[in-house]
Ligand binder design. Structure first.
Ligand SMILES: Nc1nc2c(c(=O)[nH]1)N[C@H]1C(S)=C(S)[C@@H](COP(=O)(O)O)O[C@H]1N2
Ligand SMILES: [Mo]
Length: 320
């Protein structure tokens, strides 16, 4: 994420720069692979992400043919080594540091304005929920994009379980807090823990998804194991990782990036090619792992499913 200098959190680099560095590093590595020794060293350095997950036997799950794509899936090796997860560092190469995250025991607390407040164990969630695979686009506000096969279940299933009270209007999501494994959380200028929010109508839209797996396996930690939100019509920062609490409320939650820089990262954050970020255009996007740039799609290509959610809300900053 880019943030304005000279605030202390302005250490993040520009996406263009970090992508350039990332991909030229990859080229160097590919060159090195000519040497068998270098190849062996690279294999040792890269753990088999997700291989120690006790839910591994549940995957792969059946693909839902209603959620297909207009583009190739992003290479798993690229998607799992270029991640935003500020808890583990304010750059993209956090995959190795994220392996510190303890994913069992793991509970998700459902509280606030609900009929059935409860603390759910992740394995109980996995046993209860109808798991399926969906292919979704993911569009980061930094103007890069991926195409990812998520496994998981519709968020509406969790909403049903919670039983929202009549006055509940929003869901507030919270990520784990544990600076001893997530060293980014020692950076006290960030408003930890990471928080995100949706309206109840957004949360019960068929596209809103809780991912527990990706690429036919349990979520690797850098993707936000063991459970994260995926809302593909919004900029990527809304898709909060490693969720421990979902609170139903009548107050609009202030999300992590909104609190840091609300003029640039708002509550709605719907994808729109015609509404530039204050510091760069959103008209096109770089497809990670390729040389290709594509035109950005309104609502990231999901207008048919979500445009109705925003009828009559033209006064809101829906696209920032
Ligand atoms: N808890 C938490 N969730 C997060 C983030 C983060 O830093 N912390 N980064 C967000 C951003 S900016 C993006 S683009 C996506 C990236 O998801 P991916 O790494 O699985 O591609 O995660 C989002 N969820
Ligand atoms: Mo992002």
């Amino acid at each position: 994420m880019y943030i304005r200098r000279p605030k202390p959190w302005a250490i993040a680099e520009s996406a263009a720069t970090s992508e350039d560095i990332f991909f030229s590093r990859r080229k160097i590595l590919t060159g090195m692979a000519a040497s068998g020794l270098a190849l062996a060293a690279a294999a040792r350095a890269r753990p088999a992400f997700g291989s120690d997950d006790p839910s591994a036997h549940l995957y792969p799950v059946e693909r839902n043919p209603r959620f297909m794509l207009d583009r190739e899936l992003t290479d798993e090796s690229i998607a799992s080594s270029y991640n935003n997860f500020y808890e583990f560092g304010s750059h993209k190469q956090i995959a190795r540091a994220a392996q510190q995250l303890e994913i069992r025991p793991w509970t998700v607390t459902i509280d606030g304005m609900v009929d059935n407040p409860q603390v759910l164990d992740i394995d109980e969630i996995l046993a209860k929920m109808p798991l399926e695979e969906r292919l979704y686009r993911l569009r980061c506000v930094e103007a890069w994009a991926m195409a990812v096969p998520w496994s998981g279940f519709a968020l509406s299933e969790l909403v049903k379980l919670a039983g929202p009270a009549p006055d509940a209007k929003y869901l507030r999501f919270e990520t784990f807090m544990n600076p001893s494994v997530a060293s980014g959380q020692k950076q006290s200028w960030y408003p930890w823990p990471y928080v995100e929010g949706l309206t109840l109508a957004e949360a019960t839209n068929e596209l809103a998804f809780m991912a527990t797996g990706v690429y036919g396996k349990p979520l690797a930690r850098q993707f936000g194991a063991p459970i994260r939100l995926v809302v593909p019509w919004k900029y990527g920062f809304k898709s909060i990782k490693s969720v421990v609490r979902i609170t139903f409320t009548d107050q609009r939650p202030v999300s992590f990036w909104e609190e840091i820089q609300g003029k640039e990262y708002g509550f709605w954050a719907n994808v729109n090619p015609e509404v530039p970020h204050p510091r760069w255009s959103q008209a096109t996007e770089q497809l990670l792992g390729t040389e290709e740039r594509r035109d950005t799609l309104l609502f990231n290509g999901y207008a048919e499913q979500v445009a109705d959610l925003y009828k009559g809300m033209e006064g809101e900053r829906l696209f920032m």
